[in-house]
Design a protein around this ligand. Sequence first.
Ligand code: DX5
Ligand code: ZN
Length: 215
Amino acid sequence: MAEILPSIFGANLMALKNEITFLEAQGFRTLHLDMMDGSLVPNIAFGPDHVSVIKKNTAMKVDVHLMVSAPEKIIDKVIAAGVDMISIHYEATIHHIDILQRIRKAGIKAGIVYNPSTPLSSLKYLLGYVDYVLLMSINPGHWGQRFLELTFERVQEVRDIIGNKNIAIEIDGGVNAEIATRLREAGVSLIVVGGDLFNGDKMENAARLNAAIAE
Ligand code: DX5
Ligand code: ZN
């Protein structure tokens, strides 16, 4: 069953508490939280202490998308924030297995993220260490970008590599309701949405997005 993960980076930060209450009321179960360091991506957002405060103030699960260079330096702090899922970028480190093991040892689901043009050949070596694979469907760093159609080809490639293993596929960037339906049909179970949920009438957007992934 597919799930929409609201990306808090696209929310109204001046009203974060209200935004989270709204998301809970609409039945969303997992919050997608971007951490950016201004190095791996050209933007800065949320540190581990902010993440910890958000986690303490919601019943939703928190999925941290760690967009930082050398995640090995900060991973212990992110783990200590008590979140439910943490993904690290393949491009950000050479210590993938060590970091993924540290995440899992803490009882947190571990994910590996690939940028849109990064070859997926390493995935077969990581299958024993990940609970989910996050494919970026935009160049990461900003919300409100256009979805890259090549993502569908990559979803199929990941599915072929995963085979029958219990590993979820997450997609992040530029998703709207119509794309969400196509992603669900393609076998994606974790669908991140920022702009298409928070721009305009949130209530209407939430209903449209939830309907788009209903089976
Ligand atoms: C972008 C972030 C995304 C972003 C999604 O670097 O990783 O999570 O907030 O926002 P939209 O859906 O607007 O692309
Ligand atoms: Zn993200």
